[in-house]
Design a binder for this molecule. Sequence first.
Ligand SMILES: Cc1cc2nc3c(=O)[nH]c(=O)nc-3n(C[C@H](O)[C@H](O)[C@H](O)COP(=O)(O)OP(=O)(O)OC[C@H]3O[C@@H](n4cnc5c(N)ncnc54)[C@H](O)[C@@H]3O)c2cc1C
Length: 423
Amino acid sequence: MRVGIIGAGISGLATAWELAKRGHEVHVYQREQGIGGLIATFDFEGVEIEHFYHFLCGGDTDYFRLAQELGLGDRINFKPAKTGFYYQGTRYPFSTPLDLLRFKAIPFSQRIRFGLFALEARWRKEWTQLDEITAKPWLIDRLGKQAYDVIWDPLLALKFGDHYDKISAAWVWHRLYRVAQSKGKMGFLEGGTRLFLDTLAEKLQAQGVQVHEASPVERILTQGRQVTGLQVQGQGEVPFDRVVSTVPMEVLAGLLPDDDYAASLRRIQYIGVVCVMFKLKQAVSPYFWLNVHDDRVPFNGVIEYTNLNPISTDAGHIVYVPYYVATDHPIYQMDDETVLEQSWCALKTIAPHITDDDKLAFHVARTPYAQAICETGFLNILPQHQSPIMGLRLLDSIFLYPEDRTQSGHIDKARYCAEHIED
Ligand SMILES: Cc1cc2nc3c(=O)[nH]c(=O)nc-3n(C[C@H](O)[C@H](O)[C@H](O)COP(=O)(O)OP(=O)(O)OC[C@H]3O[C@@H](n4cnc5c(N)ncnc54)[C@H](O)[C@@H]3O)c2cc1C
């Protein structure tokens, strides 16, 4: 079959790989020059690294499988990843059960409840009833008000900005479940995502897959309720038997006729992210992940990537500061210089040993579609992977719900999509 794929992020590339292995003729169309989408990398003053932080968890089996197929399996490295908590001017370790017992920011009884709750999440299997419950009251009920206010409130705000109090308990549960499965270790690919993408691109080319960069799809062509091809900028109308879309629902809706189906896709909302990166002479903290809850600091977390993967001795210390905000939020609208200045001042507040002299390089990246907003009742608005337009299949992180978006989850869905392409 001739299959056209919209988007050359991990979903599009993994789907192309699975389809090509099954003997299909595959064309991938990527809006911009360069592949990778959210995992794309750039040259950060001599270090090739992603615009947005990425790590692997123990349960990311589909990522491991693909890495194995690409001959990169032995480059996956797992290490203990320390977590810290910066609460109103004091930094606490927050990795082990003992750290939790010593976390004085909440009453002792709530520390115990927090630990038991994390254990329960690890063993829980049934989650659909959690889709109907809002995380905030659920967490307050299970953990206590102070534990919620100190620990979970900033974590939800970190991920969902102003929507933090509408998120479903199912999403929160799976987040705990995924991290618990990793048993305190996080992983990365030695050689980085650039190596992963280059190897995948090379293998795709060898299989005859054509990846068209700087070739945005302008329209999905249909006849009645059957897909017939794609209209691609610079190439005109290209016929296909099947089309796989890997773009966010709002973008997909814009490629389809403006009918009820497109309207239903637009009900899925996303939050954007502004990700500020610093390359420093010295470390901010010993932690890979530092949760931040401090009234003076406008962000809720610092991800110090080089505390997980040192990359190389001359890579410096690479730190990501994410702001998850809607695209109309003042932070998303801010120019790079202002957002950089604001984050730099706040970073020096939580790490007073850092001085202006430590700043080697900086970078700001933005995306309007960082994360779908998984509010209560999300299951009711989820579209089907197989769209009502025959021959059009949809891939997006929403299909991983209640799982958080992960590369591994996308690779799994890509395989499923390829297996069922002829249905
Ligand atoms: C801040 C952040 C941190 C993350 N951390 C992790 C992590 O630690 N671990 C993990 O596993 N995952 C993580 N993720 C998630 C992971 O990056 C994504 O889930 C995954 O990369 C999404 O891949 P995708 O191919 O589905 O979508 P995308 O990467 O968004 O790819 C879609 C592509 O389609 C292209 N496109 C859009 N419109 C058109 C058009 N009209 N025509 C042609 N092409 C088009 C886009 O340009 C894009 O390249 C993180 C994501 C973010 C934002």
